[in-house]
Design a protein around this ligand. Structure first.
Ligand SMILES: NC(=O)c1ccc[n+]([C@@H]2O[C@H](COP(=O)([O-])OP(=O)(O)OC[C@H]3O[C@@H](n4cnc5c(N)ncnc54)[C@H](O)[C@@H]3O)[C@@H](O)[C@H]2O)c1
Length: 348
């Protein structure tokens, strides 16, 4: 077992990484109390059941799942479940699932009686390499992503790579986009894993290294005032593409977003890495609609300028603040108009 300790100004969050660790949740989390176990319909039911069996008094909440369930109503519903089951502030919430139940359960834990303990057992590649640590929780408002949220650090996280074995291939690949993102900006050696072979064969190593990077970044900048903005690499265009509802998964949108912010010879190398990972490298869509979506970007300082991270070489990054013209160039220079290059799958 590998353990990462993240310190948020004295508040500690422990991350345990290892195959099969979710079987020992009660040894790593304090489950001797009322526990709301939050999962969704697409997560194999035995994962939440196994965790619930290790709790003194568990209530299992199965939310529908998918981005459409990331609403304020779902978070309030979880709070209501806790209230009706007599939870106090000393009880706990455990998320068992991907980024969607993780973000909602984390928010409910932040809100219920002004905050209960929160634990996370991520089950998708994306949530294992990225979303389960760092403390960002949230739901969408009127379709705009993560407009309502809170910083809520999990007391502990169990990252059990074996849980991702039941994921369809495309879902596993899209999760790796966030790890690829971290490699481009912070870790040239990790980037070479993506560039020179099938990254899926080295999943355990990728998860561990990505979590190490994210832990380092978020402990130095918990509230996204500086370094943490680098984790938004690829997300400005990515979120805009995602909001168009073309059928791409979140990680696929980040992959597409990265193609717009890798410059010079790195762009060709990124395209190779995307191909190795099974991620899309080009897209056509309504570019004006994408630009309109970018105006909602929370990284906008309100003056119409948006902070965008670029990379010129693996392991490096630089920040630019783009105004409307810069954003327009970013979109028009890197993507084509409309067409039908959507991957055919339905949006989750
Ligand atoms: N909080 C953060 O820092 C942060 C960072 C990145 C992304 N996010 C958020 O994460 C969300 C996306 O997360 P995600 O990609 O994990 O999606 P998800 O939680 O929707 O999971 C994807 C699908 O996989 C299914 N699933 C989950 N685990 C499974 C397993 N082990 N086997 C089989 N199926 C499984 C789910 O039921 C769902 O249908 C987005 O809402 C995004 O905004 C949050």
């Amino acid at each position: 077992m590998k353990k990462l300790e993240i310190d948020f100004g004295g508040e500690k969050s422990s991350v345990y990484i290892g195959d099969g660790l979710s079987d020992s949740a009660s040894e790593l989390f304090d489950l001797k109390r009322k526990v709301l176990v939050v999962t969704d319909r697409g997560v194999p039911a035995e994962y939440a059941k196994k965790v619930a069996e290790q709790c003194a008094d568990a209530t299992v909440a199965v939310i529908p799942g998918g981005e459409s369930s990331k609403t304020p109503e779902t978070a309030v519903d979880l709070c209501r479940r806790m209230m009706n089951a007599g939870f106090s502030r000393r009880d706990a919430v455990v998320a068992v699932g991907g980024g969607v139940p993780g973000d909602i359960a984390g928010l409910a834990a932040a809100l219920y009686m002004r905050g209960t303990d929160f634990y996370n057992i991520p089950t998708t590649v994306l949530s294992q390499v990225d979303s389960s640590i760092g403390g960002k929780t949230g739901v969408n408002l009127d379709g705009i992503k993560n407009m309502i949220g809170a910083f809520k650090q999990p007391r502990a996280v169990i990252v059990d790579p074996l849980l991702t074995r039941t994921l369809p291939k495309r879902l596993a690949a899209e999760g790796l986009a966030e790890a690829l993102k971290m490699s481009v900006t912070f870790d040239a050696d990790l980037f070479s894993v993506f560039e020179n072979g099938d990254p899926m064969r080295r999943l355990g190593e990728i998860i561990e290294r990505s979590l190490g990077i994210k832990a380092d970044v978020v402990s130095r900048d918990e509230k996204e005032n500086g370094l943490r903005r680098v984790l938004n690499f690829g997300h400005t265009a990515g979120h805009a593409i995602e909001s168009l509802g073309l059928g791409y998964y979140h990680g696929e949108c980040v992959a597409l977003g990265m193609t717009a912010v890798c410059t010079g010879e790195l762009k060709g190398r990124l395209l190779r890495a995307l191909k190795n990972t099974g991620l899309p490298a080009s897209a056509a869509f309504d570019r004006e609609a994408a630009l309109a979506a970018m105006s909602h970007d929370k990284k906008s300082a309100g003056d119409g300028r948006v902070s965008v991270i670029f990379s010129d070489a693996p392991g490096t990054w630089r920040e630019e603040r783009l105004g409307p013209d810069g954003l327009r160039r970013l979109v028009y220079d890197n993507f084509s108009e409309a067409g039908n290059t959507a991957p055919g799958g339905n949006s989750r």
